[in-house]
Design a protein around this ligand. Structure first.
Ligand code: PLP
Length: 402
């Protein structure tokens, strides 16, 4: 008789949704409550403050939506911009592509800067385009901080410098869906106007809570656009509706109570570990993964070390090998979920997500499983080589800084 139960844990190594700490899961096991009660603000009011830490912000305003990251993209664009507005966006992977597609479908004119997949946003080109825009028609610059499809992190600080050097007033919108809560993010220092996050990656929660941190400048842009007839339509994601309720700890519609309790616990986890340690841990786990890839004799999708992402590594399989088959086999045979190659890199890469709640031995499980799945599919890697390289690196580099 075929087994109906798969013993042991599923090893979840997609770059989101990520593993949820047990204590966060327990915190979400709550009975429903009246979200208009006098008790409710005790839960919610601190969240608007405490969530800012993962953004590196004290000055921003947090809005929490029952949505995934895609909804928060829309919230940023639709609250601040009007139909026909010009925006500048770099495209170098599936998520930057999808955000551009959304902007176009919303009725914005997108000036697209295509970069080779495996690289990221190019601050020089962005600066050039802004300098050429003498009439300041470009209203916003859109950058995906961490392109999850290719395992590439862009330098948002350098983009900010380019905008300032061009003396251009465009807003800066940053997708931090696979970076916020796991990579250093400096909303105030980089003067990011809208920073977008989802709950299911660095925040270690299920999907469904969309978080945006908004600058004063973006709030002002939202005010301006609200008086215009050609403003982009937005109702569910309207910041003004939230601003009327949030200061008292309420929402304009029913929030997801378990996710709010979960967020409180997840923020406590990050705080107890210390954000600097969280960032360091992601760096060490990312580097260990890259050591394994090098030991296998394979390459990452990221073209140069400066693009390496510490939350996800996209690994190129040798010509003639189907990465999708390896992913399927890893899942069916070893109960290991690896990230698929998307769009241009479908079948060419598999991704190891090293984001969220994880440590040395969990990562080594994924590296061992990926190695076994590759060997089963005829990829000529030296058995044990990835695990050996990663484990040597991990032994020498503790996860906690202090
Ligand atoms: N942006 C990035 C960088 C992502 O990785 C994702 C999802 O993986 C999204 C946006 C879309 O977010 P969601 O799937 O939560 O709508």
């Amino acid at each position: 008789m075929a087994a109906t139960r798969r013993p042991g844990r599923n090893h979840l190594f997609v770059p989101g949704p990520t593993n949820i700490p047990d204590r966060v899961m327990r915190a979400m096991m709550v009975q429903s409550e009246d979200h208009r009660s006098v008790d409710f603000p005790a839960l919610t009011k601190p969240l608007f403050q405490d969530t800012k830490a993962v953004y590196g912000s004290t000055e921003g305003t947090i809005f929490l939506f029952p949505a995934s990251g895609t909804g928060i993209w829309e919230s940023a664009l639709s609250n601040t911009l009007s139909r026909g507005d010009k925006v500048l966006a770099a495209r170098f992977g599936q998520f930057s592509h999808l955000w551009i597609d959304m902007a176009q479908r919303l009725g914005l004119e997108v000036v697209v800067q295509d970069e080779e997949w495996g690289t990221g946003a190019n601050p020089e080109r962005i600066g050039e385009a802004l300098r050429a825009d003498k009439n300041h028609e470009i209203k916003a610059v859109m950058v995906v901080h961490n392109e999850t499809a290719t395992g590439v992190t862009s330098d948002v600080g350098a983009v900010r410098k380019a905008i300032d050097a061009a003396g251009h007033p465009a807003l800066l919108f940053v997708d931090g869906v696979s970076s916020i809560g796991s990579l250093p993010f400096k909303m105030d220092e980089w003067k990011v106007d809208c920073a977008i996050a989802g709950s299911q990656k660095g925040l270690m929660l299920p999907a469904g809570l969309g978080v945006i941190c908004v600058s004063q400048k973006a709030l002002k842009a939202a005010d301006t656009s609200s008086g215009q007839n050609d403003r982009l339509a937005h109702v569910y994601f309207d910041w003004a509706d939230h601003q009327k309720q949030n200061p008292a700890g309420y929402f304009p519609y029913t929030p997801s109570l378990p996710l709010l309790y979960g967020l409180r616990e997840a923020l406590a986890c990050l705080n107890e570990e210390g954000l600097e340690n969280v960032y360091h841990r992601h760096h060490v786990l990312g580097e260990a993964t890259r050591q394994a890839v090098a030991a296998w004799g394979l390459k990452t999708c990221a073209k140069e070390p400066k693009w390496n992402s510490d939350t996800v590594t996209a690994i190129l399989v040798p010509e003639g090998v189907d990465a999708a088959a390896i992913i399927k086999h890893a899942y069916v045979r070893y109960n290991l979920a690896l990230g698929a190659g998307l769009s241009q890199v479908a079948g060419k890469v598999f991704r190891i997500g090293h984001v969220g709640d994880m440590n040395e031995l969990s990562l080594l499980g994924a590296i061992a499983g990926a190695e076994m799945a590759m060997l089963d599919h005829g990829v000529k890697v030296q058995p044990g080589s990835g695990v050996a390289a990663a484990s040597s690196y991990l032994r020498e580099n503790p996860l906690a800084k202090a």
